[in-house]
Write a protein that binds this ligand. Structure first.
Ligand code: 4LI
Ligand code: NI
Length: 184
C-alpha cells in the first residue's frame, strides 16, 4: 500500500522529468501500479483510514509522485454528496482540445508532493477533451469541465514535470485574468 513515505517531494528530480509512455498490453507491473495509486486515493479520502495511515487526502495521483516516471495517473473525484464525478486510472493521457475559457480553484491548489501552502490562482483551462487508455487498453475520448478538468490537468502536468505553482502569476498571484472563471 502506498504511504506518505512513498511520495516524493520537491527537490526530487523525478518530479521535474518527462515521464515515459507505457506500452500495451500492459505488463502486470503497470496494471498493479494503477491499482495501488487508485487505492491510495480511496484510502486517503476515507477520514478514518486516512488518519490511521497518516495519509494526505487527494483526488489525483501521478506515477512520478511515487518515483515511477511513467505516463500513468489515478483520478478519483467525488462530489460533495459523496457520489463519484470521475474515477479512472489514465494510461498515456493526452489533452486533445482546450477551451478558450480559463478556470482556477478559488482556494488555490494543493499537491501531495509539495509540503507547503503556495497561495495564488492556478490558471487552467475550464473545459478539456481528454484522450486516455484504460487498464484494458481501451481508448477513451471524454470531455471534462470545472473541477474534474482541473484535477486531470494537474495530474497530466506531473507527467510533464510541471508543478501547480508554475502556473501562478508571481507578480500578482490573485489577479483574475479575463475569460477566467473561479471554481468554488
Ligand atoms: C492551497 N489550497 C488548497 O489546497 C485548497 C484549500 C481548500 C479547498 C481546496 C479545493 C483546495 N485545493 C485543493 N484541494 C484538494 N482537495 C480538497 C480536499 N479533498 C478531500 C479531503 C478530505 C476527504 C476527501 C477529499 Cl476528496 C482532497 C482534494 N485537492 C487539490 N488538488 C489540486 S488538483 C489535484 C488536487 C489534489 O488531489 N491535491 C492533493 N486542491
Ligand atoms: Ni500534485
Amino acid at each position: 500500500m502506498i504511504l506518505m513515505k512513498d511520495i516524493i517531494r520537491e527537490g526530487n528530480p523525478t518530479l521535474r522529468a518527462t515521464a515515459k509512455k507505457v506500452s500495451f498490453p500492459l505488463s502486470q507491473e503497470d496494471r498493479d501500479l494503477g491499482k495501488k495509486m487508485m487505492k491510495y486515493l480511496e484510502v486517503s479520502q476515507d477520514e478514518k483510514l486516512a488518519e490511521k495511515y497518516h495519509l494526505r487526502a487527494g483526488v489525483g495521483l501521478a506515477a512520478p509522485q511515487i518515483d515511477v516516471s511513467k505516463r500513468v495517473a489515478a483520478v478519483l473525484v467525488p462530489d460533495n454528496d459523496g457520489s463519484i464525478v470521475f474515477k479512472d486510472v489514465l494510461y498515456n493521457p493526452r489533452i486533445l482540445r482546450e477551451s478558450v475559457k480559463r478556470a482556477a480553484l478559488n482556494e488555490g491548489e494543493g499537491c501531495l508532493s509539495v509540503d507547503r501552502n503556495v497561495a495564488g490562482l492556478v490558471i487552467r483551462t475550464d473545459r478539456i477533451t481528454l484522450e486516455y487508455y484504460d487498464v484494458n487498453g481501451e481508448r477513451h475520448e471524454i470531455k471534462l469541465e470545472n473541477y474534474p478538468a482541473i484535477v486531470v490537468q494537474h495530474e497530466i502536468d506531473h507527467l510533464n514535470g510541471t508543478l501547480f505553482y508554475d502556473h501562478i502569476d508571481k507578480e500578482s498571484p490573485f489577479k483574475l485574468p479575463e475569460n477566467t472563471i473561479i471554481i468554488e
